[in-house]
Design a protein around this ligand. Structure first.
Ligand code: UDP
Length: 328
């Protein structure tokens, strides 16, 4: 079989680097596009010597011409503080960027997968969230740039399928964690572990009774690779259904890290969903996929990853510089 040319947009991000490692290990040629707003250069350095790896510094909101067989469209800041730092750019990434990638796929007759999100369900009234649920999203809140952007991206994907018969796939990705997460991106898994490592208090937003279900990144990557190769065009939830409240999650991190810091409570961000749990019946049925790595093992590996970072990397505020979003 001839080698595939696979484009990974957002290839320097958390999911992008984990996916790239997998695709290169399978002998593919990987082209990474990243604008390095939230992607980290040090996370792609290890790939640069590989002759099957190409790095293109580019923002997908501008068109680009490439020869590709498959596209994983992962480009978009995923952490709330990051995507809210320049919300107009976030929407552009999900609309202008998506149009550029869909046109590229059309020109190449390539299969294209969109990294959609559980955020399309908003603050849901249906629990757990099943793909047929249309969601409850505030169109004018501070999360809307991401939530509505990702919803519009799904619309465009399905319209390219219906209008141009493009081979599209949509993965609705639920909270994901694991090695190569950014230490300072503001998400709960990295925040709690990094706070424990730095000897800082653990910050729970609100009363901690809101829930999430966390998927280990290797499971997520397996799920999206299977989805891209499936013949299915409707959205598919990819996540781990094991739900936990944020307060209980903080307890787990305290046990794991042995930190003697206290838990402090901060204000709950606006429109923060109260509960979130994935229903993966569709993924099980269509892809024969379900997560294999439970939270105990996944968190152990993630903690080991953060322990391997230097104090400078953990402390460096510039390591992940939200001000960059404001400039553009
Ligand atoms: N959260 C928290 N403390 C933190 C960071 C986040 O309690 O230091 C909460 C946040 O309010 C949300 C949940 O943890 O209810 C998950 O937040 P995250 O930003 O990881 O993901 P998302 O809200 O996009 O699911």
């Amino acid at each position: 079989m001839s080698q595939k040319r696979i484009l990974v947009t957002g290839g320097a991000g958390f999911l992008g680097t984990n996916l790239t490692a997998r695709l290169l290990a399978e002998g593919n040629h990987v082209i990474c596009i990243d604008n390095f707003l939230s992607g980290l250069r040090e996370h792609v350095e290890g790939f640069l010597d590989n002759p099957d790896y190409e790095l293109i510094e580019h923002d997908i909101i501008d068109p680009i011409d490439l020869e590709v067989d498959e596209i994983y469209n992962l480009a978009c800041a995923g952490s709330p503080p990051a995507y809210q730092a320049n919300p107009i750019h976030t929407t552009k990434t999900c609309v202008h960027g998506i149009l550029n990638m869909l046109e590229l796929a059309k020109k190449n007759n390539a299969t294209i997968m969109q990294a959609s999100t559980s955020e399309v369900y908003g603050d849901p009234e249906i629990h757990p969230q099943v793909e047929s649920y249309w969601g409850r999203v505030n169109p004018i809140g501070i999360r809307s740039c991401y939530d509505e952007g990702k919803r519009c991206a799904e619309t465009l994907f399905l319209d390219y399928y219906r209008q141009h018969n493009l081979d599209i796939k949509i993965a609705r990705i639920f909270n994901t964690y694991g090695p190569r997460m950014h230490a300072n991106d503001g998400r709960v898994v990295s925040n709690f572990i990094v706070q424990a490592l730095k000897g800082e208090d653990i910050t729970i937003y609100g009363d901690g009774q809101q829930s999430r279900s966390f998927c280990y990144v290797d499971d997520l990557v397996e799920g999206i690779v299977r989805l891209l190769h499936s013949g299915y065009h409707e959205p598919v939830n990819i996540g781990n259904p094991d739900e936990i409240t944020i307060a209980d999650f903080a307890e787990e991190i305290i046990q794991l890290t042995g930190t003697d810091q206290k838990v402090i409570y901060k204000e709950l961000p606006m429109n923060d969903p109260k509960q979130r749990q994935t229903d993966i019946s569709r993924a099980i049925k269509l892809l024969g996929w379900e997560p294999k790595i439970g939270r105990a093992e996944g968190l152990k590996r993630t903690y080991a990853y953060f322990q391997s970072l230097s104090q400078a990397e953990l402390n460096e505020k510039d390591h992940y510089d939200f001000d960059k979003f404001i400039v553009k």
